[in-house]
Design a protein around this ligand. Sequence first.
Ligand SMILES: Cc1cc2nc3c(=O)[nH]c(=O)nc-3n(C[C@H](O)[C@H](O)[C@H](O)COP(=O)(O)O)c2cc1C
Length: 267
Amino acid sequence: MAGDVLAYLSPSGTTRAVARALSSDLGACASRTLEWDEHDLLRDSPTQEVEVSADVVALFAVPVFAGRVPAPAMDALRRFRSDGAAAVAVVVYGNRAYDDALIELADVLAEQGFHVVAAAAFVAQHSIFPAVAHGRPDEADLAAVEAFAHAAAPLAGLVDGTPMAKGTAEVPGGRPYQDPKAVPLSPVASSGCISCGACASICPVGAIPMDEPWKTDADACIACTACIAVCPKGVRGFAGLPYKAAAVGFAKLNSGRKEPETFLATE
Ligand SMILES: Cc1cc2nc3c(=O)[nH]c(=O)nc-3n(C[C@H](O)[C@H](O)[C@H](O)COP(=O)(O)O)c2cc1C
């Protein structure tokens, strides 16, 4: 049996936190030892096809960008293939909505030959407007992750005597998926930039020149926030009046707490 798959895209780290918590909770429920092959799709995206054996479990987690799966994650997900491995599909969103992201993730995993037995949408701090869902995932979210693992493990055939669920998890969302909207914001560096290039190295769309990393190509930038999270000096961020005004308006509309939602195969 090859390794179990834990794959996530997580520019600001919350999706990784949820995915790792879930992988460890699944491990605690399983009757065999889960051996996770971790794929960080931002830092170490596979360049070749990854064949996933049908007798392992695969956990895929992505953040929601404008109601969709981020484009760099879709490219990476299409490199994983299986002939029926049980998959758990997770999206993490910033307390606005996940729109068509979960159905898009479930669809691409099915196209790649996975059997999606469980799916979930968890909430985390908004990476562009961090006042929204600030500090999440919190204790209650992590308890929901644990409860989800307990429900998903038998469906994935991880508990002695339980065969993998025959059906697949049905998730909300529409097809065709809503149009991907570009976020008209891009991070800038303030005067403390030391030109280390960490931001340029991690940028998934090549929007930051290595020799002038304080500049950002606003047309190429997808506002994913990876460069903000990686900056060792903490000098990258969103700034300016339009951003500040958008932050106030966004927080007003999206401050009511949203709760995790989970979807399980029924057969
Ligand atoms: C470009 C962009 C678009 C986003 N779009 C949405 C959205 O449509 N709905 C939502 O609730 N949160 C949205 N968010 C917030 C993220 O989904 C959320 O903060 C997530 O936890 C980020 O994951 P990460 O920490 O793994 O990067 C968006 C964030 C970014 C950077």
